[in-house]
Design a protein around this ligand. Structure first.
Ligand code: KIV
Length: 256
């Protein structure tokens, strides 16, 4: 899968995107034939125990990109640029994107209308994915993980989507916006839209691995749990603890 191939899927079969953070989750997503694997800065909440994506560093991202790279062979591998790795100078953004590409990412994603940065990163040969609506790196500015683009604010999100699309991104994430607005944006821009909490009218969907497989005690309206892994793994570990304490494990068959 390539960035131009994703772009060409606009208006066709829905694009399937899933996050992954290590070689195991990367292999599972790749084997399931998703189109695009995102090493999201959601690694902060999903894996590293942070409350938000704000603390995630570029070093943490490159570490996780390298791990996912080792197991992904088919899907397009996209890496999030974390807060603080862009937004200062255009050169800083290019350097950060190059670091992620050297770690194995085939494209990068950044949040918001950083049009000069998007152009400069693409100029050095790295495809860029955009992200508008609820952009989690700005959670403190928004005052929480709140739906964006309601009522009068819709025009602002539409304007961001248009300008980011026109800057040449190959795909555009629409996060936590009303589905009517997601449809308007999807119809208005030439770029495929990839929704999360943005309804069924986008050109594709993205989900966080841990939300999808239920590997978190938290439940989110925007996510469908296709498995209850938290409970399943919890029971497995509890069985191990109990069997070890009662000497039911190990038995002769586990001995050398
Ligand atoms: O970090 C992430 O996982 C993301 C997706 C939710 C789009 O940005």
């Amino acid at each position: 899968m390539t960035a131009p191939a994703i772009r060409a899927m606009k208006g066709g079969e829905p694009i399937v995107c899933l996050t992954a953070y290590d070689a195991v989750t990367g292999a599972l997503a790749d084997q399931a034939n998703v189109d695009l694997i995102l090493v999201g800065d959601s690694v902060g909440n999903a894996v590293l125990g942070y409350e938000t994506t704000v603390p995630v560093t570029l070093d943490e991202m490159t570490h996780h990109v390298r791990a996912v790279r080792r197991s992904v062979q088919h899907a397009l591998l996209v890496a999030d640029m974390p807060l603080g790795s862009y937004g200062s100078t255009v050169g800083q953004a290019v350097d950060s994107a190059v670091a992620l590409a050297k770690a194995g990412a085939e494209a990068v994603k950044l949040e918001g209308s950083f049009l000069e940065e998007i152009a400069a990163i693409q100029k050095v040969g790295i495809p860029v994915m955009g992200h508008v609506g609820m952009t989690p790196q700005s959670v403190n500015l928004f005052g929480g993980f709140k739906v964006q683009g309601k009522d009068a604010h819709a025009e602002h999100v539409m304007a961001s989507a248009r300008e980011v699309s026109e800057a040449g991104v190959f795909a555009l994430v629409l996060e936590l916006i009303p589905m009517s607005l997601a449809k308007l944006i999807t119809d208005a821009v030439a770029t495929p839209t990839i929704g999360i909490g943005a309804g069924p009218h986008c050109d594709g969907q993205v989900q966080v691995f841990h939300d999808l497989v239920g590997l978190t005690p938290h439940r989110f309206r925007h996510a469908k749990r296709y498995a209850e892994s938290w409970d399943i793994l919890g029971r497995a570990i509890a069985d191990y603890v109990s069997e070890t304490r009662t000497r039911a494990f190990p038995t002769d068959e586990h001995a050398s």
